[in-house]
Design a protein around this ligand. Sequence first.
Ligand SMILES: *Cc1c(COP(=O)(O)O)cnc(C)c1O
Length: 340
Amino acid sequence: MMSEEIDWDGLTFSLTPTDTMYLTETSSTEPWMPGTLRPYGPIEMSPASGVLNYGQGLFEGMKAFRTSKNRVVFFRPEENARRMQRGADRLKMPPVPESIFIDAVEQCVQANLRWVPPTGKGAMYVRPLLMGSGPILGVAPAPSYTFLVYVTPVGPYFKGGVSAIDLLISEEYHRAAPGGSGGVKAIGNYAPGMMPSRKAKDAGFAEVIYLDAETHTYIEEVGAANFFCVKDNVLYTPELTGTILPGITRQSIMELARHHGYEVIETKVSAEFAMAADEAFCCGTAAVISPIGSITKGEKKATYGDQKPGPITEQLYNHLVGIQNETEEDLFGWLHEIPQ
Ligand SMILES: *Cc1c(COP(=O)(O)O)cnc(C)c1O
């Protein structure tokens, strides 16, 4: 497909195959070496690979933006690199050095520049994967590893503007348990959420809210996004206890909110407290910030702001998106330019 033919306004958050991907391999005893670009497409793997048999794999999700200054930038890519390193330690994989990670994601975007959407039409979603690709029969770390990066252009998460979503608290399922892998982007964390999520969608909700697995009291996450609520101009977000994924959007929102003079408290946030809050939203790279319109728990339903984003939610959303497309100053040095 020629770039002239790309329908930028038709993009959604879905996969559009691009031209080029990046791949490098190592054995468990050798250091990582820079990889190479190759045509985007299927890869060969042993049927006995660690990732296929035992889920020894991690992913990352980040975006490159074409800004109003016509630069192409990443948003805090070093944070993705470090998070993947922490995940690699947890899954007993060799961590990819930050320099190789950054070089890989940069090269992959540069090789697919024609797929980076114009300012305001979306972003280039970048998906790094790290996996045990070598064969292993017993449950143990694989003998060799693959680090690959592919990219796909995505449209704005919400077509036709930001709209508030209706959420259901899951009273039956949990996402993560203490001591487990919930705090890293392990691929195995996501399939168990598909059934609860689908059930909630069939019942008319956008996504499920998971409570902690120990006491079934405190909010952990919204599907695969972090949770915030606002009460009396103070922001509250679940503290990182190991079962919550440390979102880069979450961290950035805390920093931005404090910059605006708001108090931000990381603590245990009970469902009861959240349901009495003034505003609520969830956040992640894909949607940035999604305002929450309602939360349902059993027979109880709490609603917020008449289906519109609350004022603080909107202020933080506008500022964060403004920084990403360079209509606002990059106050914190979050942008990382990709030479074109
Ligand atoms: C990726 C992810 C998030 C959001 O993290 P960002 O770095 O903000 O994209 C939140 N929760 C889960 C479970 C995730 O996998």
